[in-house]
Design a protein around this ligand. Structure first.
Ligand SMILES: [Zn+2]
Length: 424
């Protein structure tokens, strides 16, 4: 089957992929609930209507996953994307209601459109096209998962650990693939080593500060000491440097950054990124708090050892000299490393880049994503080489007024259809 014909079939499906993306956005699958049952039922109905073999896999009935299967010979190509989304935040920040799935100005609008129900819609159409072609050289499975935004517990992590992901190669549909103008594939993603800083003090009546020991005051003094981890050099393998330099170049071009933002972005490929995103403490205005806590999001370039980072944070907090501070973190073994990354020299990477190049006519770059993806589960837990190409637009994930261009939906459909047909 020649690719031109595939590209034409994808272009003819523009209305279909737009409607599917809009349809998926309408189901609120936001955390903390993260329920994917309605979205999965919607996908199942589409797959059944088009006679596509499918199965639902669930460890939590409210958070099911679904797989569409196109049987062929040869190798087995997986595609993995997630259906859960992050909360919409304040409704007044949205021009169109976050779960309206409004189609306007050549885009689909709403929470999850870019991250990543748009890519899921593209994958649904790809499954339909491949199923109708009949002579697919490889077996293809499209997996739609839950729980990606909270580590994959009922989603990709469970699917990998229970042996349900089996294949030769895997495409992760998450992330920003640069659109038709500056296409790039993801060789991997950073991993997390988040910590919680806990402050303990002595409670007293709010009118008598001399009797109390204010935990909030200690916490605020302690936060900059945790943030010093931003200058700790990471110990990822040397072989990753070219991909890192490519990533820095990609984000420089893809995002409109000030010189200071650009410097921090680049710095944080070599050091942990750190940001304090949740603070809790205090019970009443007239009570001096004896407890307060701060939660930090800390991201590490793939291959870096998490234990060394959290050990250094503990040292820094100790160096602060502030009494009553404590650092809590996930347990790490000395050999544990963050995230995942694949080599750019594999036949898989070359063939994947080739398809995208043929489609866009542009050079295809490589990068390491700053955020985590289900690729950590498919690559590290299931042992399947995993590369990413996402349809997300720059700066849209987790933001108000999230949207995706219909152009990117069609581009995703082309790539997710063409690769399983050409992979050898
Ligand atoms: Zn995502």
């Amino acid at each position: 089957m020649d690719l031109e014909k595939i590209f034409k079939l994808a272009e003819e499906a523009e209305k279909e992929v737009t409607e599917l993306c809009s349809g998926l956005v309408k189901f609120n699958s936001a955390h903390p609930d993260g329920h994917t049952d309605e979205a999965v039922a919607y996908i199942k109905k589409y797959l059944d209507e088009h006679d596509i073999e499918n199965e639902v896999h669930a460890s939590d009935p409210k958070k099911p996953n679904i797989v569409a299967r196109i049987k062929g010979g040869g190798k087995k190509v997986l595609w993995v994307g997630h259906l859960d989304v992050v909360p919409e935040g304040k409704p007044e920040n949205w021009t169109y209601p976050p779960y309206s799935g409004t189609v306007a100005d050549g885009c689909v609008w709403g929470r999850g459109s870019s991250d990543m129900k748009g890519a899921c819609a593209a994958a649904m159409v790809s499954a339909r096209i491949l199923n109708e072609i009949k002579e697919v050289p490889n077996t293809v499975e499209f997996w739609f998962t839950s729980d990606e935004e909270i580590g994959g517990g009922a989603g990709a992590r469970w699917l990998a650990e229970s042996g349900r992901f089996k294949g030769d190669v895997c495409i992760i549909g998450d992330g920003n693939g640069g659109g038709p103008e500056s296409p790039s594939i993801d060789l991997g993603c950073k991993g997390g080593a988040g910590v919680k800083l806990i402050a303990r003090g002595q409670t007293a009546h709010g009118s008598q500060p001399y009797l109390g020991d204010n935990a909030i005051k200690k916490l605020i003094a302690g936060i900059p000491w945790v943030e010093k981890i931003n200058d700790f050099p990471l110990d990822f393998p040397d072989g990753l440097k070219p991909a890192i330099e490519d990533s820095i170049e990609f984000f420089k071009n893809a995002q409109d950054l000030t010189p200071a933002q650009e410097e921090l972005m680049a710095h944080n490929y070599y050091t942990p990124s750190v940001t304090c995103n949740i603070i809790n403490g205090g019970v009443k205005t007239n009570v001096i708090p004896d407890y307060a806590e701060a939660q930090f999001d800390i991201r590490l370039t793939p291959g870096s050892h998490q234990l060394r980072v959290v050990e250094r944070i503990k040292e820094l907090v100790k160096e602060s000299g502030i009494k009553g501070l404590e650092v809590e973190h996930r347990e790490f073994k000395p050999e544990d490393t963050a995230g995942f990354s694949e080599t750019p020299d594999s036949s898989f990477a070359k063939q994947f880049k080739e398809v995208i190049h043929e489609l866009t006519g542009k050079p295809v770059n490589t990068k390491i994503l700053t955020g985590g993806t289900d690729g950590i589960s498919t690559s590290r837990r299931a042992g399947i080489p995993s590369l990413g190409y996402g349809t997300s637009l720059t700066g849209q994930a987790h933001q108000p007024n999230e949207h995706i261009t219909i152009e990117n939906l069609v581009l995703g459909t082309k790539i997710y259809t063409a690769f399983p047909l050409t992979y050898k």
